[in-house]
Design a protein around this ligand. Structure first.
Ligand SMILES: [Zn+2]
Length: 247
């Protein structure tokens, strides 16, 4: 007799997504600890709980690691951060939260002080609304500071680009298309300035070489001799991101 009741007892909350490109079942845990199961088209979703149960130990270990990571710097990783440090700009904002009367989220900025008035909803909904509003604010900062910074770097290097846009990519710090359109991740704001500059040099290098060929790296080295160390560091730079950017 199948013991389906026991099976569903200790499973985490999860969402199922069907992906036509996916060839096998993938279990993903996002930085907030939410579980997503990606299944190929035609795969029976009823099989998902059994698969999750098989991977339960892995899931628990992974979620415990995340928890430990957020517990290390509770203030920085709070969903309502009291301060926001943007290392790229060498600036730090203090944030106040005030429950408001209206249904709208309102953000007021004065110097390095932010005040957020949030609607009277459940604490959990407020966390989400606040994180989203702060992310929007982040995009504005990124546009304001990165656009002139990139333009200046491009001029300095003699590597012009066609256009730049600020994105909220989950897995990339930046990209450059064949049409020389550069995308920059707004979360670069949390990184130390040398890493941001390296990313700029890297993407600008792609305006000339659309690959990672020897010629590309030679060009990068010409403008950033320390590129190997910086490239490795950029690969680990997710550690600089506070938890609320993942909501
Ligand atoms: Zn590249």
């Amino acid at each position: 007799m199948p013991s389906s009741q026991v099976l569903s007892l200790s499973l985490p909350d999860y969402a199922v997504r069907v992906s036509p490109r996916c060839k096998r079942v993938l279990i993903k845990i996002n930085p907030l600890g939410k579980v997503e199961v990606v299944i190929p088209r035609g795969f029976d979703p009823c099989q998902v709980p059994a698969i999750l149960q098989q991977r339960q130990r892995w899931l628990e270990t992974h979620q415990a690691k995340l928890k430990a990571r957020w517990a290390e710097a509770p203030q920085e990783h709070a969903l309502r951060p009291k301060q926001i440090q943007l290392r790229a700009l060498d600036r730090c904002w203090q944030v106040d939260y005030v429950p408001g009367a209206g249904r709208q989220m309102r953000l007021q900025a004065e110097g390095e002080k932010l005040q957020l008035r949030y609607p009277r909803v459940s604490e959990e909904d407020a966390d989400v609304l606040i994180s989203q509003r702060l992310q929007k604010w982040l995009s504005v900062q990124a546009r304001q500071y990165f656009l002139p910074w990139l333009a200046q770097t491009a001029e300095e290097l003699g590597l012009p680009y066609a256009k730049v846009s600020i994105r909220a990519q989950k897995t990339r710090w930046g990209s450059c298309s064949a049409r020389k359109v550069i995308n920059l991740n707004r979360n670069l704001l949390f990184l130390p300035p040398p890493l941001v500059r390296y990313l700029f040099v890297h993407e600008l290098g792609h305006t000339r070489h659309m690959n990672h060929s020897l010629q590309f790296w030679q060009l990068v080295e010409q403008h950033e001799p320390d590129y190997r160390r910086l490239d490795a560091e950029l690969g680990q730079a997710g550690k600089y991101l506070p938890r609320w950017v993942h909501v």
